[in-house]
Design a protein around this ligand. Structure first.
Ligand SMILES: [Ca+2]
Ligand SMILES: [Ca+2]
Ligand SMILES: [Ca+2]
Ligand SMILES: [Ca+2]
Length: 354
């Protein structure tokens, strides 16, 4: 008994030396490593040392397959309706004790709880997976390459992967599309070729046998020890919701002046175009107002005022002179300043009744 335990101690020492010879992997000794343990028995006969008896045992370290897929940023990706090249970011890591390929698939959730609050209620389009080819952690259109698998990812290797999609138009703030990126352990085929899906070996052989040792990302279709790992991210819409209210008032007429004026020929009419951006969304930019002055009215030159204030939905006669009037089409136009969520903008102009 005592001798046995001493031999085991010696074997442990040899194993430690072997581990120290190569960089330690998170997953332990590299698959395919042959571990040899030699025993030596020395003895004497009649007080004379004899040639020691030796024997050795060799076995091959098997392949422990583990991988993770993690969403990067821990928050939904904010997108605008109609946006193209909308990017969600994931980190795919090989925790196996061997180089493997990792097959990649991006799927869309249909309804149900989104990854970061709220409910999935739409799908993005043109979903494509890219790898961070230049390794800067950011999606670079035209540089980072579209992929369907990560080729020959070394043990402890990790890659940033982007799911890039288009967002349909016509969506509202807080609409959410959840995308799920799934990695699948594969091997064989060599560099430049996608390996076959790995499965756990039924029995131990003298060669390198595979044992799936992955966990799960808490999503359906991803169990422990299935060679798959999934993570989800959300595309969350943030948009502006503009409404416009147009009104007019009589400023003066040729008989009453500004006191109780009536809409008689020669009267000056002031039009108010009030643009409101609903609360809870985002800033609207590039806001252009166009308004065709009706026949029977004549535009009052220089009367356009932009970015004034409102009382209710009625324009105060303030703002900054600007805009343009195109006589040929009798069109008033003006570009308003950006309107933040929950704010308003105005365009005011005057015309006389013919
Ligand atoms: Ca969806
Ligand atoms: Ca990049
Ligand atoms: Ca390969
Ligand atoms: Ca799994």
């Amino acid at each position: 008994m005592k001798r046995t335990s001493r031999l085991l101690g010696a074997a442990s020492a040899i194993a430690l030396v072997a581990l120290g010879a190569t960089p330690a992997l998170a997953a332990g000794t590299t698959a395919g490593t042959d571990i040899t343990n030699t025993v030596s028995v020395s003895y004497q006969v009649g007080g004379v040392s004899q040639t020691a008896e030796t024997d050795s045992d060799t076995f091959t370290v098997d392949r422990k397959v583990n991988l993770t897929v993690a969403e990067v940023g821990s928050a939904a990706t904010i997108v605008s309706p109609g946006e193209t090249l909308a990017v969600t970011t994931f980190q795919v890591t090989n925790l196996s004790n061997d180089t493997i390929d990792i097959g990649l698939a991006a799927t869309q959730q249909t309804g149900g709880a989104a990854a970061f609050g709220g409910t999935d209620n739409f799908d993005v389009t043109s979903v494509t997976i890219y790898v961070d080819t230049n390794g800067n952690g950011t999606y670079d259109d035209g540089t980072d390459q579209a992929v369907t698998y990560l080729d020959e990812l070394a043990a402890d290797g990790t890659k940033t992967v982007f799911v890039v999609s288009s967002v349909p138009s016509g969506l509202a703030t807080n609409d959410i599309a959840t995308v799920i990126l799934t990695g699948q352990a594969e091997a064989g085929g060599g560099a430049g070729s996608e390996g076959a899906v790995l499965t756990s070996a039924a029995t131990n052989t003298s060669g390198v046998d595979t044992v799936l040792a992955d966990g799960n990302g808490g999503l359906s279709g991803d169990a422990d020890y299935d060679g798959l790992y999934s993570a989800a991210d959300d595309y969350k819409v943030l948009t502006a919701a503009l409404t416009v209210v147009k009104s007019s008032k009589i400023v003066s007429d040729p008989v009453n002046g500004t006191t109780n004026p009536k809409a008689i020929p020669g009267a000056v009419i002031e039009y108010c175009i009030a643009v409101s951006n609903a609360a809870g969304g985002t800033t609207a930019t590039g806001i252009t107002v166009t308004d065709v002055v009706p026949s029977d009215l004549t535009f009052v030159a220089g009367s356009i005022k932009l970015d004034g204030t409102l009382t209710g939905s009625v324009c105060n006669a303030d703002g900054t002179a600007g805009g343009t009037y195109t006589a040929g089409t009798t069109t008033v136009s003006g570009t308003l300043s950006d309107i933040a969520a929950g704010s308003d903008g105005t365009l005011v102009f005057q015309a006389t009744i013919d």
